[in-house]
Design a protein around this ligand. Structure first.
Ligand code: UN1
Length: 489
């Protein structure tokens, strides 16, 4: 990995161009004095040019076969794989997750590109019988048009890949605004796609803040919007899309519970809950931020979990021995600290961690300690509010039915992790928990590209992501009544 400051450019109509708006710098949350990359934001005029280019390139791109489009994605996967170590280190430096997670994420993005690259080999629609003799009814899929893609900081390359890859393979074109905190990794993905031979204008990358995001959402040349990020912003985009009559896919918050029943394998539960709650410093929409434990095993589980959390090595994300890096920004750190303090004021007991950074950590970075809070009831704000940090709120419950009830309490329903060895209980949870993703005996985070990803209740809006759901969102259907002329008598 180089220590040089990278200069970044917007990608508009196949050209790498300097933005016409204000300059930006990307710093390292582990040491904000380190500048990772610099560039300039796109102007509204440039955003307009990006949308025009995406619209213009649509005809040619959508007319290629899915094999040709998929071939570009597979090539781009190869570029990511070749650069995984270097770009993974850049990811750790720019976003703050550990080196292993950074490299893992670049490889995951490659896997996503490969998966969608092969999607041309899968079924392209359906064939139905007809009530009329000599006729078949086909349902074929077509691209929607130009997709506005707005992505968050926490998976700076995997989430863009899992939105852009299906958009492209189904024949759409893209105008993409990444989170302002992780421009370097966005630039890397755009580089990989261009190096793989993506035609000019098919993916346009525009750096910017809220103004560029709003311009994408409201632009009449944008035919659908896919967004991952905060609930407030997602709902605004959903409303704006509805007003324009365009589809929105919004993947938003979560307040995901791990539920540990009396018969659970407690060693496994501790190990998995640690991963779910503290990997990426808890900055995943799928992170475990609630723990519901039945009384019978509560003391044993909490003692083991608190010790293990306190032992996690917090520090420089680029040091291979680090197990948890910083959070993304100073305001994020301050919000999380305030949330911890408020929980304590409202009666929570700190089992480990707390609002102070761990000792011996560079004070400049945005570090927090892995924190576990035991709550006297579910009335505390920390039970409901998504803090998006390394904070796990715990309640004890007397029974399995109460466990399921409190785990699902509130407006979110993204994922849950159930720890039990009883298949009957696991099947009850499938019915009783109103979540989009249920893990039985594994952590609440994690997602494979071939199966639907998204939440129940207010965690998501519109069609889910991934697998066949991605096809639902990124295509529309034409129903073809097909007859070969007069039926034979
Ligand atoms: C994962 O759990 O590995 O923003 C992926 C997020 C989700 C992706 C989670 N959209 O955290």
């Amino acid at each position: 990995m180089t220590e040089t400051v990278e200069s970044l450019y917007n990608l508009i109509d196949g050209q790498w161009v300097d933005g016409e708006d204000a300059p930006f710098t990307s710093d390292s949350p582990g040491d904000p004095n380190v500048v990772v990359a610099v560039g300039r934001r796109a102007s509204i005029r440039q955003l307009d040019a990006a949308v025009t280019a995406a619209g213009r390139s649509l005809a040619e791109w959508s007319r290629l076969s899915t094999h040709e489009r998929g071939g570009v994605l597979v090539q781009a996967a190869g570029v990511l794989e070749r650069n995984a170590e270097e770009w993974g280190a850049e990811l750790a430096r720019e976003e703050g997750k550990t080196l292993a997670e950074g490299i893992g994420e670049v490889r995951r993005a490659a896997q996503i590109l490969r998966y969608y690259g092969a999607d041309g080999d899968r079924e392209a629609g359906e064939v139905y019988s007809s009530p009329r003799k000599g006729e078949r009814i086909l349902v074929t899929r077509k691209p929607i048009g130009t997709i506005g893609v707005i992505t968050p900081f926490n998976f700076p390359i995997a989430i863009p890949a899992w939105k852009i890859a299906p958009a492209l393979v189904y024949g759409n074109t893209v105008v993409w605004k990444p989170a302002g905190t992780v421009p370097l990794l966005a630039f890397r993905l755009a580089q990989a796609l261009t190096e793989a031979g993506l035609p000019a204008g098919v993916v346009n990358l525009t750096f910017g803040d809220r103004e560029i995001g709003d311009a994408i959402v409201h632009h009449t040349g944008i035919d659908a919007i896919t967004f991952t990020g905060s609930t407030g912003v997602g709902r605004g985009i959903a409303a704006a899309g509805a007003a324009r009559g365009v589809l929105v896919q919004a993947e938003m918050g979560g307040k995901n519970a791990a539920i540990v029943l009396g018969d659970a394998d407690l060693d496994l539960a501790v190990q998995q809950i640690l991963l779910g709650a503290f990997r990426s410093s808890g900055q995943k929409c799928t992170a475990t931020s609630r723990l519901v434990v039945t009384e019978a095993v509560a003391d044993e589980l909490l003692a083991a979990l608190s010790t293990a959390a306190a032992d996690l090595v917090v520090g420089d994300p680029l040091d291979p021995s680090t197990e948890m890096g910083p959070v993304i920004t100073a305001p994020a750190r301050d919000t999380i600290r305030a949330g911890i303090l408020r929980a304590v004021e409202q009666g929570a007991t700190v089992l480990t961690g707390g609002d102070q950074p761990p000792v011996g950590i560079p004070e400049d970075g945005y570090f927090l300690s892995p924190t576990i809070l035991e709550l006297p009831s579910t009335d505390l704000d920390v039970w409901r509010d998504e803090l998006f940090g390394p904070v796990l709120a715990v309640v004890r419950v007397p029974s399995v039915s109460e466990a399921f009830r409190v785990a699902g309490d509130g407006e979110y329903g993204l994922s849950a992790a159930l720890f039990t060895q009883d298949l009957t209980r696991a099947l009850e949870a499938v019915d009783d928990l109103d979540v989009g993703i249920l893990h039985v005996n594994s952590e609440s985070a994690g997602a494979d590209p071939h199966v639907p990803f998204g939440g129940a209740k207010k965690s998501g809006y519109g069609p889910k992501e991934q697998g066949r759901s991605a096809r639902e969102f990124f295509t529309h259907t034409t129903t073809v009544y097909l007859r070969g002329g007069a039926p034979r008598i």
